[in-house]
Design a protein around this ligand. Structure first.
Ligand SMILES: *Cc1c(COP(=O)(O)O)cnc(C)c1O
Length: 359
Protein backbone atom coordinates (compact mmCIF):
# COMPACT_ATOMS: atom_id res chain seq x y z
CA UNK A 1 0.00 0.00 0.00
CA UNK A 2 1.23 3.49 -0.79
CA UNK A 3 0.27 7.00 0.29
CA UNK A 4 -2.03 7.32 -2.72
CA UNK A 5 -4.13 4.36 -1.53
CA UNK A 6 -4.95 6.14 1.73
CA UNK A 7 -7.95 8.42 2.19
CA UNK A 8 -5.55 11.40 2.17
CA UNK A 9 -6.73 15.02 1.93
CA UNK A 10 -7.20 15.84 -1.79
CA UNK A 11 -4.91 18.86 -1.59
CA UNK A 12 -2.04 16.74 -0.25
CA UNK A 13 -2.19 14.13 -3.02
CA UNK A 14 0.93 14.00 -5.19
CA UNK A 15 2.93 16.28 -2.91
CA UNK A 16 6.45 15.45 -1.69
CA UNK A 17 7.75 16.17 1.78
CA UNK A 18 9.86 19.32 1.98
CA UNK A 19 13.53 19.14 2.84
CA UNK A 20 17.06 19.67 1.58
CA UNK A 21 19.04 16.47 1.01
CA UNK A 22 20.77 15.35 4.24
CA UNK A 23 23.87 13.86 2.63
CA UNK A 24 26.92 12.74 4.55
CA UNK A 25 29.62 14.99 3.10
CA UNK A 26 32.86 16.44 4.50
CA UNK A 27 31.76 20.05 3.89
CA UNK A 28 28.00 20.68 4.34
CA UNK A 29 27.20 24.24 3.32
CA UNK A 30 23.60 23.75 2.22
CA UNK A 31 21.17 24.49 5.07
CA UNK A 32 22.54 27.67 6.65
CA UNK A 33 23.50 25.93 9.85
CA UNK A 34 26.06 27.48 12.14
CA UNK A 35 29.35 25.58 11.65
CA UNK A 36 30.44 26.08 15.26
CA UNK A 37 29.31 23.35 17.64
CA UNK A 38 28.47 24.36 21.21
CA UNK A 39 31.66 25.05 23.19
CA UNK A 40 32.68 22.51 25.88
CA UNK A 41 31.48 25.03 28.51
CA UNK A 42 28.06 25.39 26.90
CA UNK A 43 27.78 21.64 26.31
CA UNK A 44 28.60 21.04 30.00
CA UNK A 45 26.03 23.61 31.15
CA UNK A 46 23.44 22.00 28.86
CA UNK A 47 24.20 18.56 30.29
CA UNK A 48 23.95 19.84 33.90
CA UNK A 49 20.66 21.62 33.35
CA UNK A 50 19.15 18.80 31.32
CA UNK A 51 20.09 16.35 34.09
CA UNK A 52 18.28 18.52 36.64
CA UNK A 53 15.26 18.79 34.37
CA UNK A 54 15.30 15.03 33.75
CA UNK A 55 14.47 14.46 37.41
CA UNK A 56 11.12 16.18 36.84
CA UNK A 57 10.14 14.68 33.50
CA UNK A 58 7.19 12.78 35.00
CA UNK A 59 5.43 16.17 35.03
CA UNK A 60 4.22 18.16 32.02
CA UNK A 61 6.38 21.17 31.19
CA UNK A 62 5.48 24.80 31.94
CA UNK A 63 2.80 25.29 29.30
CA UNK A 64 3.56 29.00 29.07
CA UNK A 65 7.36 28.59 28.91
CA UNK A 66 7.54 31.54 31.29
CA UNK A 67 11.25 31.45 32.09
CA UNK A 68 12.29 30.97 28.49
CA UNK A 69 10.02 33.76 27.24
CA UNK A 70 11.44 36.11 29.88
CA UNK A 71 14.98 35.22 28.77
CA UNK A 72 14.05 35.76 25.10
CA UNK A 73 12.40 39.12 25.85
CA UNK A 74 15.51 40.13 27.72
CA UNK A 75 17.73 39.08 24.82
CA UNK A 76 15.65 40.97 22.25
CA UNK A 77 15.49 44.18 24.29
CA UNK A 78 13.34 46.95 22.71
CA UNK A 79 11.33 47.09 25.96
CA UNK A 80 9.77 43.69 25.25
CA UNK A 81 8.34 41.57 28.07
CA UNK A 82 7.31 37.88 28.22
CA UNK A 83 3.71 38.78 27.29
CA UNK A 84 4.97 39.99 23.91
CA UNK A 85 7.12 36.96 23.17
CA UNK A 86 6.11 33.46 22.16
CA UNK A 87 8.23 30.36 21.52
CA UNK A 88 7.73 27.06 19.71
CA UNK A 89 9.63 24.14 18.16
CA UNK A 90 11.55 26.09 15.55
CA UNK A 91 10.30 29.22 13.85
CA UNK A 92 8.59 26.88 11.39
CA UNK A 93 6.18 25.95 14.16
CA UNK A 94 5.79 29.60 15.10
CA UNK A 95 4.84 30.35 11.48
CA UNK A 96 2.45 27.40 11.42
CA UNK A 97 0.71 28.66 14.55
CA UNK A 98 0.42 32.12 12.99
CA UNK A 99 -1.27 30.64 9.93
CA UNK A 100 -3.50 28.39 12.03
CA UNK A 101 -4.71 31.48 13.88
CA UNK A 102 -4.82 34.07 11.09
CA UNK A 103 -4.90 32.03 7.86
CA UNK A 104 -6.90 28.90 7.08
CA UNK A 105 -9.65 27.94 4.63
CA UNK A 106 -10.92 30.87 2.57
CA UNK A 107 -7.97 33.02 3.62
CA UNK A 108 -4.80 34.05 1.81
CA UNK A 109 -1.15 34.58 2.60
CA UNK A 110 1.09 36.64 0.32
CA UNK A 111 4.85 36.54 -0.05
CA UNK A 112 7.49 38.08 -2.30
CA UNK A 113 9.51 35.49 -4.21
CA UNK A 114 12.15 34.23 -4.40
CA UNK A 115 12.00 33.77 -0.65
CA UNK A 116 11.86 31.08 2.01
CA UNK A 117 10.11 28.09 0.46
CA UNK A 118 8.52 27.03 3.75
CA UNK A 119 6.17 30.04 3.72
CA UNK A 120 4.08 28.60 0.84
CA UNK A 121 4.44 25.05 2.20
CA UNK A 122 3.12 25.98 5.67
CA UNK A 123 0.40 28.05 4.02
CA UNK A 124 -0.76 25.04 2.02
CA UNK A 125 -0.80 22.60 4.93
CA UNK A 126 -2.92 25.06 6.90
CA UNK A 127 -5.29 25.36 3.89
CA UNK A 128 -4.32 29.00 3.36
CA UNK A 129 -4.20 30.10 -0.30
CA UNK A 130 -0.72 31.23 -1.27
CA UNK A 131 -0.32 34.40 -3.36
CA UNK A 132 3.21 34.70 -4.79
CA UNK A 133 4.40 38.13 -5.93
CA UNK A 134 7.73 38.62 -7.73
CA UNK A 135 10.49 40.66 -6.16
CA UNK A 136 11.22 43.10 -8.96
CA UNK A 137 13.84 45.37 -7.38
CA UNK A 138 17.52 45.25 -8.32
CA UNK A 139 19.54 42.50 -6.61
CA UNK A 140 16.22 40.73 -5.85
CA UNK A 141 15.21 43.65 -3.65
CA UNK A 142 11.64 44.59 -2.95
CA UNK A 143 10.38 47.85 -4.38
CA UNK A 144 8.30 49.44 -1.60
CA UNK A 145 5.72 50.95 -3.97
CA UNK A 146 5.24 47.65 -5.81
CA UNK A 147 4.94 45.77 -2.51
CA UNK A 148 2.29 48.15 -1.20
CA UNK A 149 0.39 47.92 -4.52
CA UNK A 150 0.40 44.11 -4.34
CA UNK A 151 -0.89 44.17 -0.77
CA UNK A 152 -3.66 46.67 -1.69
CA UNK A 153 -4.64 44.58 -4.73
CA UNK A 154 -4.75 41.16 -3.05
CA UNK A 155 -5.77 42.19 0.48
CA UNK A 156 -4.12 39.09 2.02
CA UNK A 157 -4.89 37.96 5.56
CA UNK A 158 -1.17 37.40 6.17
CA UNK A 159 1.85 38.99 4.48
CA UNK A 160 5.30 37.43 4.75
CA UNK A 161 8.38 39.62 4.53
CA UNK A 162 11.72 37.89 4.95
CA UNK A 163 14.51 40.14 6.14
CA UNK A 164 17.32 39.28 5.59
CA UNK A 165 15.78 37.38 2.71
CA UNK A 166 16.52 33.71 2.11
CA UNK A 167 17.86 32.72 -0.44
CA UNK A 168 18.92 36.11 -1.79
CA UNK A 169 20.54 37.55 1.36
CA UNK A 170 19.75 41.24 1.73
CA UNK A 171 17.61 42.95 4.40
CA UNK A 172 14.61 45.11 3.65
CA UNK A 173 14.78 48.81 4.45
CA UNK A 174 12.68 49.57 7.52
CA UNK A 175 10.62 52.02 5.43
CA UNK A 176 9.50 49.14 3.19
CA UNK A 177 8.39 47.06 6.16
CA UNK A 178 6.58 50.07 7.65
CA UNK A 179 4.85 50.87 4.34
CA UNK A 180 3.63 47.27 3.95
CA UNK A 181 2.52 47.15 7.60
CA UNK A 182 0.55 50.39 7.11
CA UNK A 183 -1.12 49.10 3.92
CA UNK A 184 -1.85 45.52 4.99
CA UNK A 185 -5.40 44.74 6.10
CA UNK A 186 -4.25 41.71 8.12
CA UNK A 187 -1.16 40.39 9.84
CA UNK A 188 2.37 41.13 8.64
CA UNK A 189 5.08 38.63 9.55
CA UNK A 190 8.70 39.70 9.26
CA UNK A 191 10.77 36.52 9.23
CA UNK A 192 14.08 37.62 10.77
CA UNK A 193 15.69 34.19 11.02
CA UNK A 194 19.05 35.73 10.09
CA UNK A 195 18.72 39.03 11.96
CA UNK A 196 21.92 38.62 14.00
CA UNK A 197 23.98 38.37 10.80
CA UNK A 198 22.83 41.66 9.28
CA UNK A 199 25.40 44.25 8.36
CA UNK A 200 26.23 47.08 10.76
CA UNK A 201 23.60 49.81 10.86
CA UNK A 202 20.73 47.66 9.52
CA UNK A 203 17.73 48.07 11.84
CA UNK A 204 15.40 45.25 12.91
CA UNK A 205 11.62 45.36 12.45
CA UNK A 206 11.43 45.03 16.24
CA UNK A 207 11.69 48.83 16.28
CA UNK A 208 8.32 49.02 14.45
CA UNK A 209 6.32 46.80 16.81
CA UNK A 210 5.09 49.64 19.04
CA UNK A 211 3.52 51.45 16.07
CA UNK A 212 2.05 48.43 14.27
CA UNK A 213 -0.07 46.13 16.47
CA UNK A 214 -0.57 43.58 13.65
CA UNK A 215 3.13 43.20 12.99
CA UNK A 216 4.93 40.01 14.05
CA UNK A 217 8.71 39.55 14.07
CA UNK A 218 9.81 35.92 14.04
CA UNK A 219 13.28 34.74 15.02
CA UNK A 220 15.05 31.44 15.51
CA UNK A 221 17.82 29.94 17.62
CA UNK A 222 18.71 27.63 14.70
CA UNK A 223 21.17 29.97 13.00
CA UNK A 224 22.93 32.59 15.14
CA UNK A 225 22.60 30.54 18.35
CA UNK A 226 23.90 27.39 16.63
CA UNK A 227 20.98 25.39 17.99
CA UNK A 228 19.32 23.95 14.88
CA UNK A 229 19.19 20.51 16.49
CA UNK A 230 17.24 21.75 19.51
CA UNK A 231 14.34 23.24 17.50
CA UNK A 232 13.61 26.62 19.06
CA UNK A 233 11.95 29.53 17.30
CA UNK A 234 10.15 32.53 18.73
CA UNK A 235 8.35 35.73 17.91
CA UNK A 236 7.73 39.19 19.25
CA UNK A 237 4.36 40.89 18.77
CA UNK A 238 1.53 42.72 20.51
CA UNK A 239 0.31 40.80 23.61
CA UNK A 240 -3.06 40.26 21.89
CA UNK A 241 -1.28 38.37 19.10
CA UNK A 242 0.39 36.13 21.67
CA UNK A 243 -3.06 35.56 23.25
CA UNK A 244 -4.47 34.59 19.84
CA UNK A 245 -1.74 31.99 19.34
CA UNK A 246 -2.75 30.29 22.60
CA UNK A 247 -5.95 29.27 20.81
CA UNK A 248 -4.10 27.06 18.32
CA UNK A 249 -0.97 25.88 20.14
CA UNK A 250 -1.04 22.33 21.42
CA UNK A 251 -0.94 22.17 25.20
CA UNK A 252 2.65 21.54 26.41
CA UNK A 253 3.98 21.93 22.84
CA UNK A 254 7.45 22.92 24.05
CA UNK A 255 9.15 20.15 26.03
CA UNK A 256 10.83 20.86 29.37
CA UNK A 257 14.11 19.75 27.76
CA UNK A 258 13.73 22.20 24.88
CA UNK A 259 12.87 25.03 27.26
CA UNK A 260 15.89 24.47 29.47
CA UNK A 261 18.25 23.96 26.53
CA UNK A 262 17.14 27.24 24.96
CA UNK A 263 17.35 29.18 28.23
CA UNK A 264 20.85 27.79 28.86
CA UNK A 265 22.05 28.77 25.38
CA UNK A 266 20.75 32.31 25.97
CA UNK A 267 23.05 32.55 28.99
CA UNK A 268 25.91 32.08 26.52
CA UNK A 269 24.66 34.79 24.16
CA UNK A 270 27.90 36.79 24.31
CA UNK A 271 30.02 33.81 23.32
CA UNK A 272 27.62 32.77 20.55
CA UNK A 273 27.29 36.27 19.16
CA UNK A 274 31.09 36.48 19.09
CA UNK A 275 31.05 33.60 16.64
CA UNK A 276 28.35 35.36 14.63
CA UNK A 277 30.73 38.29 14.28
CA UNK A 278 33.41 35.95 12.89
CA UNK A 279 30.92 34.46 10.47
CA UNK A 280 29.92 37.92 9.26
CA UNK A 281 33.57 38.73 8.55
CA UNK A 282 33.97 35.40 6.78
CA UNK A 283 30.85 36.19 4.73
CA UNK A 284 32.13 39.60 3.71
CA UNK A 285 35.44 38.19 2.56
CA UNK A 286 33.61 35.41 0.68
CA UNK A 287 31.54 38.02 -1.17
CA UNK A 288 34.69 39.93 -2.03
CA UNK A 289 36.49 36.78 -3.19
CA UNK A 290 33.57 35.67 -5.38
CA UNK A 291 33.30 39.11 -6.97
CA UNK A 292 37.06 39.17 -7.47
CA UNK A 293 36.75 35.94 -9.43
CA UNK A 294 34.01 37.30 -11.65
CA UNK A 295 30.99 35.65 -10.06
CA UNK A 296 27.73 37.55 -9.69
CA UNK A 297 26.96 37.90 -5.98
CA UNK A 298 23.92 39.29 -4.21
CA UNK A 299 24.59 41.49 -1.17
CA UNK A 300 24.14 39.49 2.03
CA UNK A 301 23.01 40.29 5.57
CA UNK A 302 22.84 36.58 6.37
CA UNK A 303 25.13 33.58 6.93
CA UNK A 304 24.90 32.56 3.28
CA UNK A 305 25.64 34.02 -0.12
CA UNK A 306 23.73 33.61 -3.38
CA UNK A 307 26.07 33.52 -6.33
CA UNK A 308 26.21 32.74 -10.06
CA UNK A 309 25.67 33.14 -12.96
CA UNK A 310 25.82 29.55 -14.13
CA UNK A 311 24.50 28.38 -17.48
CA UNK A 312 24.11 24.94 -15.89
CA UNK A 313 23.98 25.31 -12.13
CA UNK A 314 23.11 21.63 -11.62
CA UNK A 315 26.43 20.68 -13.20
CA UNK A 316 28.28 23.05 -10.86
CA UNK A 317 26.31 21.69 -7.88
CA UNK A 318 27.25 18.10 -8.83
CA UNK A 319 30.88 19.00 -9.45
CA UNK A 320 31.07 20.58 -5.99
CA UNK A 321 29.46 17.52 -4.42
CA UNK A 322 31.98 15.24 -6.14
CA UNK A 323 34.64 17.29 -4.35
CA UNK A 324 32.92 16.83 -1.01
CA UNK A 325 31.28 20.27 -0.86
CA UNK A 326 27.51 20.40 -0.61
CA UNK A 327 25.86 23.71 -1.56
CA UNK A 328 22.20 24.40 -2.32
CA UNK A 329 20.54 24.55 -5.70
CA UNK A 330 17.93 27.15 -4.90
CA UNK A 331 16.68 30.59 -5.91
CA UNK A 332 16.75 32.11 -9.41
CA UNK A 333 17.65 29.67 -12.23
CA UNK A 334 21.36 30.51 -12.61
CA UNK A 335 22.37 30.72 -8.97
CA UNK A 336 23.59 28.56 -6.11
CA UNK A 337 23.54 29.33 -2.40
CA UNK A 338 26.43 28.64 -0.07
CA UNK A 339 26.31 28.79 3.71
CA UNK A 340 29.23 30.48 5.44
CA UNK A 341 31.25 27.83 7.28
CA UNK A 342 34.55 27.74 9.14
CA UNK A 343 37.67 29.19 7.45
CA UNK A 344 38.75 25.60 6.62
CA UNK A 345 35.37 24.81 5.04
CA UNK A 346 35.43 28.02 3.02
CA UNK A 347 38.88 27.22 1.78
CA UNK A 348 37.62 23.81 0.58
CA UNK A 349 34.68 25.60 -1.06
CA UNK A 350 36.95 28.04 -2.89
CA UNK A 351 39.27 25.33 -4.17
CA UNK A 352 36.37 23.17 -5.37
CA UNK A 353 34.59 26.07 -7.06
CA UNK A 354 37.68 27.15 -8.98
CA UNK A 355 38.19 23.58 -10.16
CA UNK A 356 34.59 23.01 -11.17
CA UNK A 357 34.27 26.30 -13.04
CA UNK A 358 37.85 26.12 -14.38
CA UNK A 359 38.61 29.70 -13.31
C1 LIG B 1 16.29 28.69 8.58
C2 LIG B 1 15.09 29.56 8.46
C3 LIG B 1 14.12 29.51 9.45
C4 LIG B 1 14.37 28.68 10.66
O1 LIG B 1 13.55 27.66 10.85
P1 LIG B 1 13.60 26.89 12.23
O2 LIG B 1 12.33 26.13 12.18
O3 LIG B 1 13.62 27.91 13.32
O4 LIG B 1 14.83 26.04 12.23
C5 LIG B 1 13.05 30.38 9.36
N1 LIG B 1 12.94 31.25 8.34
C6 LIG B 1 13.87 31.32 7.40
C7 LIG B 1 13.75 32.35 6.33
C8 LIG B 1 14.95 30.46 7.41
O5 LIG B 1 15.86 30.50 6.43
Amino acid sequence: MGVEDLPLREDLRGRSPYGAPQLDVPVALNTNENPYAPSPELAAALARNVEQTAAGLNRYPDRDATRLRAALADYLGHGLDPGRVWAANGSNEVLQQILQAFGGPGRTALGFEPSYSMHPVISRVTCTDWVPVDRTGTDFGLDAGAAVDAVRRHRPDVVFLTSPNNPTGASLPLETVAAVAAAAPGMVVVDEAYAEFRREGTPSALTLLAEHPRLIVSRTMSKAFALAGARVGYLAAHPAVVDALQLVRLPYHLSAITQVVAATALEFADELLGQVKQLRQERDSLVEWLRGHGFAVAASDANFVLFGDFADRSAVWRGMLERGVLVREVGPPHTLRVTVGTPEEMSAFRTALLEVTAR
